[in-house]
Design a protein around this ligand. Structure first.
Ligand code: PAZ
Length: 343
């Protein structure tokens, strides 16, 4: 798509899909956070995490979801924080969060980490060491106010937040990084094709799907007893991010596939098309144990957790990334800008 067509698609998207209610509040928080860390000379990374939804109704009962628990984003955010970055963590509401991820979203209740001792609640002996380690890291980050947590649910909320935060980070130049681990919908229902109320399964109650002359029917509707969903493509905002919103920054995107035979090709295609710094490819079935880095600097490079370490207690493939990261190899490699990298 030519640049002006991309820009038209962008402006059309933002005109026809209104901003989320909490955009102003999120922007205020982000402006203060980014400004303060920029003044202190810190590098700032936006980590996106979790999946976006595509609502089918304005008063949403039904929606299409994208796979992602938020493990990659939450774990990576911890490593960025360890490396001294300030982190804006833009995540799907109720998906995993840095630090608390160690104690949530598993079959254990957080109460299982506790016990009663002399009428007081204390952490059970067997979890003391690990919890103390996590707590110390968390306390340091809190003391230095280096983590800002923002959330989205829908694709539209995500895109608006991404654009606002990117534009706020733009003045940081190469001290800004985007680490786009969220699983973002490729297709959606535009606001002007969304029905107001819950889609009915019986014709007697269904809203009329007959479109007027020149207008499209609702994107999700019942026809007879079938549910028809006719989604439209989400504009490719990565292009806008790279070229327009934050052109000097370091941009790392992710590519998730299920078919091993196309993963590297798709990652290379994305790198060529958007001309950013790094694409990290992963397969749904093996994402916890192997990822492939695709960059102009190093081509294709696999990082694998050795099979004898693939246990639940392993700290995550994110812990191996620092050593292998092509962006860290040469601190001056990106246009001599001193850009550095994924922790
Ligand atoms: O959140 P999670 O750890 O369950 O999964 C991470 C992931 C597979 C969503 C992420 O590594 C990724 O590939 N994100 C980009 C997805 C996409 O291609 O849109």
């Amino acid at each position: 798509m030519a640049d002006h067509t991309m820009q038209q698609a962008e402006s059309h998207y933002f005109i026809s899909n209104p901003p989320p209610k909490d955009l102003k509040a999120n922007t205020t928080l982000a402006r203060e956070f980014i400004g303060r860390h920029a003044d202190e000379g810190r590098r700032v990374v936006l980590v996106t995490s979790g999946g976006t939804t595509v609502p089918l109704e304005t008063q949403t009962v039904r929606y299409i979801d994208n796979f992602s628990a938020g493990t990659r984003g939450a774990t990576s955010a911890e490593y960025f924080l360890q490396q001294g970055y300030a982190v804006v963590f833009l995540h799907r509401q109720f998906s995993l969060l840095p630090f608390s991820r160690h104690y949530s979203h598993n079959t254990r209740s957080f109460l299982d980490y506790m016990k009663e001792e002399d009428g007081r609640v204390v952490v059970d002996e067997q979890h003391q060491e690990e919890m103390l380690r996590v707590l110390r890291q968390y306390a340091e980050v809190k003391r230095e106010n280096r983590l800002l947590i923002l959330s989205f649910v829908t694709i539209t909320e995500y895109v608006w937040d991404l654009r606002e935060v990117a534009q706020l980070m733009r003045p940081l130049g190469a001290r800004a990084m985007f680490y786009l681990a969220a699983a973002v919908s490729d297709f959606f229902v535009p606001q002007d094709r969304m029905v107001e109320h819950k889609i009915q399964s019986t014709e007697e109650f269904s809203q009329s799907a007959v479109a007027g002359a020149g207008t499209k029917p609702p994107a999700a509707r019942t026809e007879g007893r079938s549910l028809i969903i006719d989604l439209e493509p989400v504009p490719k905002f990565l292009k806008q991010l790279v070229d327009g919103w934050a052109p000097e920054s370091i941009i790392v995107s992710f590519k998730l596939e299920t078919d091993p035979s196309i993963l590297v090709k798709k990652a290379q295609y994305s790198l060529n098309k958007y001309a950013h710094h790094l694409v990290i490819g992963n397969l749904l079935a093996t994402r916890k144990w192997e990822v492939v880095f695709v960059s102009e600097l190093e081509g294709e490079k696999w990082i694998r957790v050795p099979s004898n370490r693939r246990t639940k207690s392993f700290s995550g493939i994110e812990s191996l990334v620092g050593a292998a990261d092509p962006l860290t190899k040469d601190e001056t490699s990106f246009a001599g800008s001193g850009r550095s990298a994924v922790p």
